[in-house]
Design a protein around this ligand. Sequence first.
Ligand code: ZN
Length: 183
Amino acid sequence: MHCPYCRHTDTRVIDSRTADDGGAIRRRRQCSDCQKRFSTVEQMQLAVLKRSGATEPFDRAKAIAGVAKACKGRPVGDDDLARLGQQVEDALRASGWAEAPAHEVGLAILGPLRELDEVAYLRFASVYRSFESADDFETEIAMLRAERPAPAEARADPPPIPADAAPGDTARAGVTPARSRHT
Ligand SMILES: [Zn+2]
């Protein structure tokens, strides 16, 4: 590995220790020419096993590209996507895949994407799970609604809490904000 300061091709390892609970090795190196020091991290190459049987290195940018399409026109920024890419990679590494099947990559995307934006999630899920009819959307939306903390959360205009609401309703509205975070 060449020196990042002077491009000299000979550097030597002066310290080596495991990091990330043994998931990586961090090495301290010194250039034998300019004597400057720098660190490298050696990490397992996470690979994706494609349906064709071929494997390719996991590429965070590539994984995000599909999600970015689903997020078009939605209030999802580059930072959100970068964070999602990180979450997906972390999840795949944490699950111990040396070669993650392609569909596992998609699965790892669905969870954090749902947290990020429900519309983008539905778009992505419709492609990823090959939705074939409006019924598939209906089923998925029903599941989203069932798992949503507050029933009014995704409405564009959260209805005001009626003055004569039952005490239970008022309490619930107080705990979970009824306003969608994107409005
Ligand atoms: Zn150097």
